[in-house]
Design a protein around this ligand. Structure first.
Ligand code: GLU
Length: 301
């Protein structure tokens, strides 16, 4: 096993777009420059949001872009038993409680900066009489979580005040992203997480879970998220332009520029192999802009 293990973990809700390509490229270059492994995980727990064939489409696009992963692809949808075991361990620690609150009942609670509701702790002391369990929540501590992100710098979050007790298993029975990602990063032996800054506010929750489960905390680097002209994160919903798998080099160059690198003009004419040779040799994480969001270039949003 190589000592550096990075990963790319797309949710297959649609074809790869510029923003997801940026996360793939940055995590890949960090891993390859350190002669490490780069693993692929398909985060398809939320099946209703994942159209049939979207995962295959992502894999084929990555191949066409020369983003070759190591080992077998991990599919979250096949791993519910593993998440169930982690939930049981947390229950054994007395850290989990059932919650009966509906979305509507939480409508009046304070909003966190990301627009989510801060859970007011309604079911913390037990389910209100006559109410049935919907979700399972994790009881969080008062202590703040502090970590240093390789791009965004020092992050401090008081989970209790800024998020509240958070969901581990949703009302529809689906395991929450926060739990699955922690279990999988551990099982895949991930040492470095490079991903979009839309997940920066989730990282303290993940670190908190790692501590409870006795897992090591990987190093984190959160890249600027690619947004469109309206300031929305590129996604299937914003109808982000899909990438052209038959012309990978121009999109890869645009990604390098977006990430603060300075590819020479001649690289536009390069083959895919030459492109990657240049990129692995010249990649510098320190040049990535310290922004949480940046406009994607024209033609890619
Ligand atoms: N599946 C998440 C996404 O596509 C990324 C999760 C992660 O990198 O931790 O936005």
């Amino acid at each position: 096993m190589s000592s550096y293990r990075g990963r790319f973990a797309p949710s297959p809700t649609g074809p790869l777009h510029f923003g997801s390509l940026a996360a793939a490229v940055a995590s890949f270059l960090e891993a390859r420059q350190s002669e490490g492994d780069w693993l692929l995980r398909i985060e398809d727990l939320d099946r209703p949001r994942c159209p049939a064939g979207a995962d295959e489409h992502i894999l084929r696009t990555l191949e066409k872009f020369g983003l070759e992963w190591d080992g077998a692809v991990l599919y979250q949808s096949r791993r519910s038993h593993v998440y169930a075991e982690a939930l049981e361990r947390l229950q054994g620690l007395g850290k989990v409680y059932p919650c009966a609150c509906t979305r509507r009942e939480m409508a009046d609670s304070t909003l966190a900066p990301d627009g989510a509701h801060i859970y007011p702790g309604t079911c913390r002391a037990g389910l209100p009489p006559g109410k049935k369990t919907r979700a399972e929540r994790l009881r969080v501590d008062e202590a703040s979580i502090v970590f240093v992100d390789a791009v965004q710098g020092k992050v401090i979050q008081n989970i209790a005040g800024e998020v509240g007790d958070f969901v581990l298993r949703r009302a529809d029975g689906i395991f929450a992203y926060q739990l699955a990602v922690v279990v999988d990063d551990f099982e895949q032996g991930i040492t470095q997480v490079v991903r979009g800054a839309d997940l920066l506010d989730s990282t303290p929750r993940q670190i908190f879970l790692q501590k409870l489960l006795g897992f090591p905390t990987p190093a984190y680097a959160h890249l600027p998220v690619a947004i469109d002209s309206e300031g929305e994160k590129l996604s299937k919903q914003t109808r982000a332009s899909p990438l052209d798998p038959d012309r990978p080099v121009p999109a890869l160059i645009a990604v390098l520029e977006f990430l603060g690198q300075s590819p020479p003009v001649e690289l536009t004419e390069a083959s895919l192999v030459e492109f990657w040779r240049w990129a692995i040799a010249h990649w510098q994480m320190a040049h990535i802009p310290r922004d949480r969001a940046m406009r994607a270039p024209e033609g890619y949003r």
